[in-house]
Design a protein around this ligand. Structure first.
Ligand SMILES: Cc1ncc(COP(=O)(O)O)c(C=O)c1O
Length: 441
């Protein structure tokens, strides 16, 4: 079995020198939580400049779906780079963008009559969805959720309700957005229990919100993550999206699924919405779509994507190399990786649930496929958030060579490449357990 190999104190001398330069010249707005300098990656393994080897359960924030530098993706990138680096899909046509658009149009749930807008990131995909929803409905209001993360450009940020630091000093943002409680059953915002609650969080939208403050006829769209990502990998009950979409349809409101983090096979299905049997009107994609090459896509039914030439575009969006990387990525997802995400996800979840039996602070273990999180609490009854323990566990794991990231206020996420093996999960579980026991006894 392969294990992380930590040869120096962390950061090692070369990494420390680079970080010193970084601190002088790179924006301090980034949120590096531990001093990892990634020099080289292969599969789930990251090597730093000092010869240390780490096991990566972050996949670069759930991006490198096929593992670091998968040869099939790297070859597709090389081939495309030798042919055409850029031409701009805004003003010209080229093969890889057209081929990818056709592929995505059929991949996204629905009858295949979809059209695709290409950008460079998740925020751009959401931004495009925001603009298209306004363009199509000619309505000004929108709903989004507390805990949601949709990106950091001003439009996407206006939909975001994750952490106030992300909004501080940036007001005024785009008006007309009402944030509503998500179906976070472990901490039900209505202090009820599923299923006796009768999906109060959905009923409240129609019974209270639409009768008191938000006229539904003025709402363009509901923006929703199928499984809330940065908010804590929160999986809503099976009927949540179906019930909410029913209300949306009743009032001509578009249902916009932000699949930036949950999409592209990570949950064991190509898109997380498929677990809920819901076909959204618009979908935002990015992260895992191109194995690390920058690409965002907004997919909508062709009867919705009717905006006219000049109404939205991007110079770099749908870059030929990124599109080729996406096509190679999708081939791998369809061939085996989506299935692997399902099977290995169950294995990971079983392992974590086993640990939960004897580790009190593991309040909640949740997820789908390889979108898995553990919520740490000081006490299982009071559910007091163990944010400090969460942060310490991540630091300990790093020192032992396991890369993890947090999500929500007090959760740890497990979002490895979809190529992850049983052995790699076993190593992750053993380092996680050791770190957890050291921090929380
Ligand atoms: C659900 C979701 N939407 C949008 C974004 C923004 O993506 P990007 O950072 O590529 O702009 C993220 C990023 O974490 C995300 O998780």
């Amino acid at each position: 079995m392969k294990f992380p190999d930590i040869k120096t104190t962390l950061p090692g001398p070369k990494a420390a020198a680079l970080i010193g330069v970084d601190h002088n010249h790179v924006s301090p707005s980034y949120t590096r939580i531990y001093p990892l300098v990634a020099e080289k990656g292969e599969g789930l393994w990251i090597h730093d400049p000092d010869g240390n080897t780490f096991l990566d359960f972050t996949a670069g924030i759930a991006v490198c779906a096929t593992g670091h530098c998968h040869p099939h993706v790297v070859n597709a990138i090389k081939e495309q780079a030798n042919k055409l680096l850029h031409m701009s899909g805004t003003d010209f046509y080229y093969t890889s963008q057209i081929t990818l658009a056709e592929k995505l149009a059929h991949l996204v749930p629905g009858d295949g009559s979809n059209k695709v807008y290409f950008g460079n990131s998740g925020a751009e995909a959401v931004e495009a969805a925001f603009k298209l929803a306004r363009w199509y409905t000619k309505r000004e209001l929108n709903l989004a959720f507390f805990g949601a993360f949709h990106g950091r450009t001003m439009g996407a940020l206006s939909l975001t309700a994750s952490k106030t630091i992300q909004k501080k000093y940036y007001n005024p943002l785009i008006p007309g957005i009402t944030h509503i409680p998500y179906a976070y059953c472990y901490r039900c915002p209505y202090h009820m229990s599923y299923p006796e609650c009768g999906m109060e969080c959905v009923r409240w939208v129609e019974d209270t919100l639409f009768r008191t403050t938000v006229p539904p006829e003025e709402v363009a769209a509901i923006f929703v993550e199928p499984i809330q990502g940065e908010g804590g990998y929160i999986v809503p009950p099976p009927e949540f999206h179906r019930e909410l979409q029913k209300i949306a349809k009743k009032y001509g409101i578009l249902y916009v699924a932000d699949e930036v983090q949950s999409g592209m096979g990570r949950t064991g299905k190509m898109f997380a919405m498929e677990h809920f049997g819901v076909v959204p009107d618009i979908m935002a994609l990015a992260k895992g779509i191109a194995s690390g090459m920058p690409l965002g896509a907004m997919v909508a039914r062709s009867d919705i994507m009717v905006w006219e030439a000049g109404s939205h575009a991007s110079t770099f969006g749908g870059n030929p190399v990124s599109c080729s990387a996406a096509l190679a990525t999708i081939e791998l997802l369809e061939a085996e990786l989506m299935e692997n995400a399902k099977i290995r996800g169950e294995y990971l979840m079983t392992g974590l649930r086993e640990l939960q039996k004897s580790i009190e602070c593991m309040g909640d273990v949740r997820g789908k496929g390889l979108m898995v999180a553990v919520e740490l609490v000081k006490d299982r009854d009071t559910k007091e958030r163990a944010t400090d323990w969460r942060n310490e566990v991540i630091q300990k794991a790093f020192q032992k060579g396991l890369l993890l990231l947090g999500c929500g206020e007090n959760s740890i996420r497990f979002s490895p490449a979809l190529t992850v093996t049983v052995e790699e999960i076993d190593v992750c579980l053993s380092i996680f357990e050791e770190s957890l026991r050291e921090v929380a006894g």
